[in-house]
Design a binder for this molecule. Structure first.
Ligand code: CP3
Length: 393
């Protein structure tokens, strides 16, 4: 039976994703296993980031340690957004102080054509990590402060969204202005725009590369839709493996979608993202769709059909929820830097967010973006406790 069909899922996190009633608001933190945590740094001393991701024993241990230390309701599998690049034939590395670097960025149609979509089994180490985490959390947690007897931790698998992954592929790493990515995007708009005015209102994504090309059309214009199509194929297979291995929910990270205007998001990114979300939901698990700086994009992002929308801290939670609509759950939205604030200030911020959510079914407490290095671990633990205490129904 698909997990979403269970009348009462045993995890309060999954129940909240489905907008079912919960005894307390579930909580977890973006980047909860990371460099702010001494246990992670101890492992990191002996292994590179990619070694940790690619060794299921270590990835599972890091995932479990963070979730248990923090007392949260969900464990996000330790992995990285860029892992699917390798089976697609794109080399990348993490350079200290610089972040991810793609050695030969994708700039042409021929390069997009050469990307492979048939080797998702190369990512099997991620599902193996999930299997280990699922096995560890198979039994209900022992009752303790903030937990209810019988409640089970949710396991979150994840992947990138087509736009955010394409931006790393095309820019070759992190970017401020996304010039190259937008150039490829707009090149596809030149033809679709003329086609639009001539004969259709279909989104450009539907004009697949296999369609006959007009003589005016350059192959450059077909690069973006083909890249979107290939990413959806690869990410769907990757998500399916994770669900098969025991992920209860899949989070789709569109971290940099906020760099797009509503119009560009709708024209170039909505259709492939919607397709990915639909594919994930058809696997029988809820989908969480998250981006940063998305206040103006939220209503359009909602059209992807995601069960849960992630909010960053720039928009008050109640306003964000209004913009998303009550047919969706929401996740968020404490400023990660508030974790550096004095306890009274931090407590007040947590309380405000819970008040804005008003105990309505469908709120998952989280940060608006990832925990940053240097964050006091004690404050993170404290926030998880406060969320459970303050939201007890
Ligand atoms: O606990 C967790 O949240 C799970 C682990 C996780 C990592 N990456 C491990 C990691 C998750 C969910 C990600 C997703 C990810 N990766 C995103 C989306 C999340 C977001 O922040 O919006 C993005 C954009 C990436 C790509 C990526 N990975 C970047 C840009 C960087 C460098 C940033 C930096 O802070 O240096 C990484 C590296 C990375 N991935 C780290 C971790 C714990 C930190 C580096 C390290 O340990 O060496």
């Amino acid at each position: 039976m698909p997990k979403t069909d269970h009348p009462q899922n045993s995890s309060r996190f999954v129940r909240a994703c489905l907008r079912q009633p919960v005894d307390r608001t579930p909580v977890w933190f973006l980047r909860q296993a990371g460099r702010y945590m001494p246990e992670y740094m101890a492992v990191r001393k002996h292994h590179t980031l990619l070694e940790i991701c690619r060794t299921p024993e270590i990835a599972a241990e890091v995932t479990i340690t963070a979730a248990e230390r923090l007392g949260v309701d969900a464990a996000i599998i330790f992995a990285d957004l860029l892992l699917p690049f390798t089976p697609m034939g794109l080399d990348f590395e993490f350079v200290a102080g610089e972040g991810p670097v793609v050695n030969t960025p994708i700039r042409t149609y021929e390069q997009v054509q050469a990307l492979r979509t048939d080797r998702s089994e190369d990512l099997i180490y991620v599902s193996q990590s999930i299997e280990k985490v699922a096995k560890h959390f198979a039994s209900p947690r022992p009752p303790e402060a903030g937990q209810t007897d019988g409640d089970q931790l949710g396991i979150i698998g994840f992947c990138g969204a087509p736009f955010t992954l394409a931006s790393y592929m095309i820019e070759g790493g992190s970017s401020r202005n996304y010039i190259e990515a937008k150039k490829m995007m707009y090149a596809s708009g030149a033809t679709t725009e003329s086609r639009h005015s001539e004969r259709s209102s279909e989104p450009p994504y539907l004009h697949s590369s296999t369609e006959p090309q007009s003589p005016m059309e350059t192959t450059g214009s077909a690069a973006w839709p083909l890249l979107m199509e290939k990413l959806v194929t690869v990410l769907t297979a990757f998500a399916a493996q994770q669900v098969e291995a025991g992920a209860d929910v899949i989070q789709v990270f569109d971290s940099w979608a906020g760099a797009l205007s509503v119009e560009d998001y709708r024209q170039f990114c909505l259709a492939p993202t919607k397709q990915l979300v639909e594919n994930i939901r058809n696997m029988g698990v809820p989908a969480i769709y998250f981006g940063v700086d998305t206040a103006s994009l939220l209503p359009t992002m909602t059209e992807t059909g995601a069960d849960v929308l992630g909010l960053d801290w720039r928009i008050p939670l109640d306003e964000g929820w209004k913009s998303v609509g009550t047919a969706h759950a929401i996740q968020g939205n404490l400023d990660p830097i508030a974790l550096f604030a004095p306890q009274e200030v931090l407590h007040a911020r947590v309380k405000t967010i819970l008040q804005q959510a008003a105990n309505r079914p469908g709120h998952i407490f989280n940060l608006g973006h990832g925990i940053v290095p240097g964050t006091p671990v004690e404050n993170v633990i404290q926030v998880a406790r406060w969320v459970h205490e303050l939201s007890a129904r």
